[in-house]
Design a protein around this ligand. Structure first.
Ligand code: UFG
Length: 329
C-alpha cells in the first residue's frame, strides 16, 4: 500500500516524503508545483496536478493502492491571507473538500493533516494545549480550522479517520543537504535572517518591537522540519493501527523572540546581521508556544533536534549549499 502526500514537493511535505522513503514506504506525491519544487521530491511517483481537479484526484486514487493520505497542499502565508482570503478559502478549504470527497469515492479511510498553531489565534495561556480555545486572528488559520472541522464531519459521516498536526514554526533542513526551505517570495523569519547574514538582503525587518514580551518582539516555538516529518510517519502508523481521530500540537515547548533568533543566527553564521524595526505585521499573535505532551505520549513522538542553534545551523548549511534555492547552484 502507498501513502499519498499532497503538497509533497513543498518545504514540509518534501521532508515527510523523505521520512516515508527512509522507512521503505511506497509514496505517491500530488503537487501543482505552484510553491513546490520537482527537485524536492526525493523519490516515489510524482503527479503534477491540482486537488481541485476531480479527474486528477480520480486518476491518482485509481492508479495507485493508497491506504493513507498526508495532506499538505495549501497556501500558508499569514500576511497574504489577510490581503487575499478568497485565495485561502478556494485552495485550502475547497481543495480539502475535493480531497475528502475523492477519498470517500475511493474508500480511503485515513488522513494526516498539516495544521497550524494559527488555529489558536491569541492564546489564553502558554504553552498552548490542544483543548484550548481556537479563535484565529488571521484568515490562514481560519481556513486551517475549517479544514480540521470538515475532517471531523467526514469522520462522523464516512468513517474517514484523521490526525491533525498543529505545527508551530518549522525551520531547518534535511541532514542529507538535498532538501530545504525555498519559498518565493520568502516571508519566514529564519530563512530571511540567513539571507541577510549571507548579504542577499541589506537587513532583516523586525515587525514590531512593542509587543507585550520581554524584549517587545514576537515569541515563537521553532521546531526542526525533520522532527515534524517524523510525527507524520507516526500518525500514519497510529491510524493504520486502528487509532481514532486526534489533534496534536507539534512544537518544542520553548519560545524564542525575533531578536533572540537574530542573535543566535549571528552566532551560528559568524556574520553581522543588520536589523531595521518596522510596524507590526497584520494577524501576528504576540506569543505562540506549544505543549506537545499529547503527541509525545500518544504518538511516541520524540523530537531529536531541539536546540535552536542546531536548527538554524542546518538551515544555514542548506542556504550556503543552495544560495538560490532549487533554482541553480
Ligand atoms: N518576522 C519578522 N520579520 C520578517 C519575518 C518574520 O519580524 O521578515 C516575525 C513575524 O512577525 C513573527 C515571527 O517573525 O513574529 C515569525 O514569523 P514567520 O513568518 O516566520 O512565521 P509565523 O509565526 O508568522 O507563521 C508560521 C507559519 C504559519 C504557522 C505559524 C504558527 O508560517 O504557517 O508559524 O506559529 F501558522
Amino acid at each position: 500500500m502507498a501513502v499519498l502526500v499532497t503538497g509533497g514537493a513543498g518545504y514540509i511535505g518534501s521532508h515527510a516524503v523523505a521520512a516515508l522513503l527512509e522507512r521503505g514506504e511506497d509514496v505517491v506525491v500530488l503537487d501543482n508545483l505552484e510553491q513546490g519544487h520537482r527537485e524536492a521530491v526525493l523519490g516515489g511517483k510524482l503527479y503534477v496536478g491540482d486537488l481541485r481537479d476531480r479527474d486528477v484526484v480520480d486518476q491518482v486514487f485509481g492508479e495507485n493502492e493508497i491506504d493513507a493520505v498526508i495532506h499538505f497542499a495549501a497556501n500558508s502565508l499569514v500576511g497574504e491571507s489577510m490581503k487575499d482570503p478568497g485565495k485561502y478559502y478556494h485552495n485550502n478549504v475547497y481543495g480539502t473538500l475535493c480531497l475528502l470527497e475523492g477519498m470517500n469515492r475511493h474508500g480511503v479511510k485515513r488522513i494526516v493533516f498539516s495544521s497550524t498553531a494559527a488555529t489558536y489565534g491569541e492564546p489564553e495561556r502558554v504553552p498552548i494545549d490542544e483543548l484550548d480555545r481556537t479563535l484565529p486572528t488571521n484568515a490562514y488559520g481560519e481556513t486551517k480550522l475549517a479544514m480540521e472541522k470538515m475532517m471531523k464531519w467526514f469522520d462522523i459521516a464516512h468513517g474517514i479517520k484523521y490526525v491533525s498536526l498543529r505545527y508551530f514554526n518549522a525551520a531547518g533542513a534535511h541532514e542529507s543537504g538535498r532538501i530545504g526551505e525555498d519559498h518565493n517570495p520568502e516571508t519566514h523569519l529564519v530563512p530571511i535572517v540567513l539571507q541577510a547574514a549571507a548579504g542577499k538582503r541589506p537587513h532583516i525587518s523586525v515587525f514590531g518591537d512593542d509587543y507585550d514580551t520581554p524584549d517587545g518582539t514576537c515569541i515563537r516555538d521553532y521546531i526542526h522540519v525533520s522532527d515534524l516529518a517524523d510525527a507524520h510517519v507516526l500518525a500514519v502508523e497510529r491510524l493504520r493501527g486502528g487509532g481514532d481521530s486526534a489533534v496534536y500540537n507539534l512544537g518544542s515547548g520553548n519560545g524564542f523572540s525575533v531578536k533572540q533568533v537574530i542573535e543566535i543566527a549571528r552566532n551560528v553564521t559568524g556574520r553581522d546581521i543588520k536589523v531595521v524595526t518596522e510596524p507590526r505585521r497584520a494577524g501576528d499573535p504576540a506569543v505562540l508556544v506549544a505543549s506537545s505532551e499529547r503527541a509525545r505520549r500518544e504518538l511516541g513522538w520524540q523530537p531529536k533536534r531541539e536546540r535552536l542553534e542546531d536548527i538554524i545551523r542546518s538551515a544555514w548549511q542548506w542556504h550556503q549549499a543552495h544560495p538560490n534555492g532549487y533554482n541553480g547552484n
